[in-house]
Design a protein around this ligand. Sequence first.
Ligand SMILES: Cc1ncc(C[n+]2csc(CCOP(=O)(O)OP(=O)(O)O)c2C)c(N)n1
Length: 635
Amino acid sequence: MIKYPILETIDGPSDLKKLSYGQLTQLAQEIREKIVDTISGIGGHFAPNLGVVELTIALHYIFNSPQDKIIWDTGHQSYPHKLLTGRRDQLQTVKQYGGISGFPRRYESPHDVFAAGHASTSLSVALGLAKARDARGGTEHVIGVIGDGALTGGISYEALNNIGQYKTNLIVILNDNAFSIARNVGAMTKYLAELRSRPRVRRAEKEIRDFMKGLPFLGTSLQKAADTIEQGLTYLTAPDKMGVLFEEFGFRYIGPIDGHDLKEVMAHLTLAKEMQGPVLLQMVTVKGKGYEPAEQDACTFHGVTPFDIPTGKMQKSSGAPPSYTGVFGDTLVKLAKKDDRIVAITAAMPDGTGLVKFSQEFPDRYYDVGIAEEHAVIFAAGLAVGGMKPVVAIYSTFLQRAFDQIVHDVCLQNLPVVFCLDRAGLVGEDGGAFHGNFDLSYLSVIPNMAIMAPKDENELRHMLFTALSSEKGPVAVRYPRGSGCGVPMDEEMKVLPWGKGEVLREGKGLVFAAVGKMVIHALKAAEILKSQGHEVGVVNARFIKPLDEALLLSLADRYSTIITIEENAVHGGFGSAVLQLYNDRGLLRKVNVQNLGIPDRFIEHGAPAKLLAECGLDPETIAAKARLHIPLAVA
Ligand SMILES: Cc1ncc(C[n+]2csc(CCOP(=O)(O)OP(=O)(O)O)c2C)c(N)n1
């Protein structure tokens, strides 16, 4: 028996357009089943995709992709779109090494108009495409789909402001499910909830009635839908538009629309398609729609590891050491109990950054600012000036957004803000947009900034304590995704010697100077080399900035080859700093310096171990590369 009889016939949007309304609703059901069946087996983004099934079908039915441009914000909800645009049989490879991406990618399909991953970009992209169309004299439709979570990001408002200025034809669909990853926060979120609960305003406008009657695609069943829509039409015009923020921004607002009522969605999209100027449709959807455990707990089911379909129970790796995230969260709670100036800030990632416990213990000292990394950093700067000790917990990749705020608002004034960068290095299956492999480079160029990276979870605790004790100025601690090393945890936290590394192993001829997780890889590589008869040294840098110059210079006296290893872009990070130091001191004629790191290209998705091996950062490859230098070193 064919499990997905209708979906199996869809190789592109044109196949979709041949279906009857009944078949379209059946397709929605099949898409949900396909996502549940596949993602329960391999993991991936889940609840966001179940929430946009009807919307995606309607978009591809009413519009004409790829001529019309559909832009998915963040892009984690693009699985139904991929299923309908020729990638049905590849869903089982999503996010896996060599498989399709979990996000829109231009190289994958002409239907993926713009790459995404970081939130809140779709409206700017849509305006760019619309203005390019206008310049060319084109007629295609441009549709940006943005979640209420992504709408908390500042760029969205910059775009709304600009769209209101240009007033060109452009459709924004606000996929409003009241969730970011966690429940959404902020005044705008409250406002959207208020809009959702407004009684529908029926405008008996001739213009609209005539329009609805003439909808070209409405067969008899949809004609009936049009009647319903007409009855409940929520097309707000003056004076009702008063107070509808989007109207003030220059949009025609349509909503709220039940985003799971396919007829309603299709008819309203048709309406929007015919309207002039910017239009915003508020679609009310349920995150996780159609799979009960996800509807009940949209946050946990935002992104999943493999799970059991009947119960929703996710596989847990039993006996794994505590994660860096968990250790960070627990340690911060412990430190905050002793120091009430410690406050914590997340940009919409309380679970991912390990701040849930903190939020429960210290609700008044905890801030979720929404997907607003730039604001989070300046807000922290304000808190620091006000006498607090702010800890900004943001993934390495998302802190990229706030580079200028770190420079201009924190470092320029040397403010004691502590940055905790989770997911530093290669993150794995999320791929290119999410690897945290630039932080050592972008942070180390900023004056006053100190940067530490722990070799294991025990050292992370000491580093957090050191950072919060120092009050010297801004400090960043960066640590990887996933489990720690399972090392014993010291009872007492200690302040580490500022700007000092540690020698873990002495050797002859060659020494590894490694950063963070790579210290463990260096130790393993040293063991491999030992088994081959070579004793090499290993140094844990601990500080990327300030550099332990005394230690590094002493290494140049004792070793003839120094190999730096970091899970960061090979350019501009620790290795570059070491090279520069040796160059400044005229030591490069004496010492052979080799830098290992992430090569100068974007690394796509796959299991972290595979990606590390691809970058030559696994212990075996490190040892093999070192081996090439050993004869030289010992000679
Ligand atoms: C700049 C940035 N910060 C944080 C994230 C992490 N993140 C991924 S999805 C998401 C929530 C998005 O919520 P919404 O736009 O409402 O989409 P939904 O998942 O609810 O459909 C967040 C915070 C991100 N992708 N980009």
